[in-house]
Each structure stands twice: as C-alpha cells, then as structure tokens.
Write a protein that binds this ligand. Structure first.
Ligand SMILES: Nc1ncnc2c1ncn2[C@@H]1O[C@H](COP(=O)(O)OP(=O)(O)O)[C@@H](O)[C@H]1O
Ligand SMILES: O=C(O)C1=C[C@@H](OP(=O)(O)O)[C@@H](O)[C@H](O)C1
Ligand SMILES: [Mg+2]
Length: 177
C-alpha cells in the first residue's frame, strides 16, 4: 500500500499497538511491534527488563531495533511510547518512514491503561496528574518527530485507521504535485 513504513508514535495508551493490528488485518500491512520483538528476544516482559536490567539498557535495545528495521518497507511499526525521545531514533524512523503521532487526553489515556500492569513508567502513579506531567515532558519531541498528527479521543480504531490512510495518501499527492 505504501512504499515506505508507517511509524506510529505517541504516549502510552494512545493506541499505537491497536491501530497497527487494525492496519494489518484491514489493510494487509505487515505489523511490527517493537515492544513485543524486544520481549521475545530478551525472553522477558518489558516490566521485568526495566526491573532487572534498567531503563538505559531497554532504550539501547529500542535504538538497535529501529536501525535494523530500516531494511523494511510497507510495514507499520508500532513504537514504544519512549522511542521518539532520542534524537537518533527519530532520524532512523524518518529514513524510510512517515511518522504518525497518535494523541489522546490524559483522562482518555488513564481510562485505557488503568487495568494493565506492564507499563513500568506509569505503574506507580496512574493518575490524570501523573500522566499529564509525563505527557507534557514529552509533547515537544513528539510534535517535532511527527509528519502527521491524529487525535484519537472518542474515535473507534477503524475511524482512526481510515483517517490515517486518507491523510497519508493526501500527503503523497501533495508531495508529488
Ligand atoms: N480508539 C480507541 N478507543 C478505545 N480504546 C482504545 C482505542 N485505542 C486503543 N484502545 C485501548 O486502549 C488500550 C491501550 O491501547 P494500545 O494500543 O496498547 O496503546 P499503545 O500501544 O499506544 O500503548 C488497549 O486496551 C486498547 O484496546
Ligand atoms: O512510554 C514509554 O516510555 C514506554 C511505553 C511502552 O509502550 P506503549 O507506548 O506501547 O505502552 C513500553 O515501550 C515501555 O513501557 C516504555
Ligand atoms: Mg503498544
């Protein structure tokens, strides 16, 4: 469908993994889930990697994986929420990808993540205030990395996918004019 990768970024719970799966099933794109690949290779859940090896170790794995993924195309790459915080990572994802930022308000995020316990960075402060603070700290880098921004509050996954595909096609048309 695309001759590049679609790279999904955004805060935890913005819907990156969900939208990647829908683009796989509904649009036939190959789905690459960075967190799942890292878990598989390390033989450990993300929370266990943070606990036993530390966050910097995990961040290095993310960078190595992104570099490796540049060999792909027409894949949807679902990043972990922290990936765009490293400038090097953003440079990598832009080499062969269009970067799509999914956003949602902290209240929506809290509702979506409250019953999941595999997000170590928010596990100890799962409140609107805690989520807002981390979101604010990340906003600037997220926006700087994005080629396209899609708000996800009160939209279904299918609606978000349709909007994403339409906007990317429109971007291509405009670029080719
Ligand atoms: N548009 C949406 N509307 C309602 N719930 C959603 C939506 N997108 C994702 N979710 C739910 O929110 C939770 C987190 O989504 P996920 O795709 O894992 O986010 P991310 O990968 O960005 O952390 C999941 O339970 C998912 O089913
Ligand atoms: O925002 C982050 O720093 C993280 C987000 C998580 O992925 P999701 O965004 O898919 O929850 C996961 O990579 C890890 O817990 C760190
Ligand atoms: Mg995810």
């Amino acid at each position: 469908m695309f001759d590049y990768n679609v790279v999904l970024i955004g805060f935890m719970g913005a819907g990156k993994s969900t939208i990647a799966e829908l683009l796989r099933t509904g649009w036939g794109m190959e789905r690459i889930e960075m967190d799942a690949l890292i878990e598989e290779r390390e033989g450990m859940r993300i929370s266990k990697i943070f606990e036993t090896k530390g966050e910097p170790y995990f961040r290095d794995l993310e960078t190595e994986l992104l570099i490796e993924l540049q060999a792909r195309s027409n894949a949807v790459i679902s990043c972990g929420g922290g990936v765009p915080m490293r400038e090097r990572n953003v440079a990598e994802m832009k080499k062969n990808g269009r970067v799509v930022l999914l956003t949602a308000h902290p209240e929506t995020i809290l509702e979506r993540v409250k019953d999941n316990h595999d997000r170590p960075l928010i596990e100890n402060n799962k409140t609107v205030e805690g989520i807002s603070a981390l979101m604010e700290a990340r906003r600037e880098r997220y926006m700087a990395a994005a080629d396209l921004v899609i708000e996800t509050d009160r939209k279904t996954g299918e609606e978000i996918c349709r909007e994403l595909v339409e906007k990317l096609h429109r971007m291509e048309e405009e670029a080719s004019r």
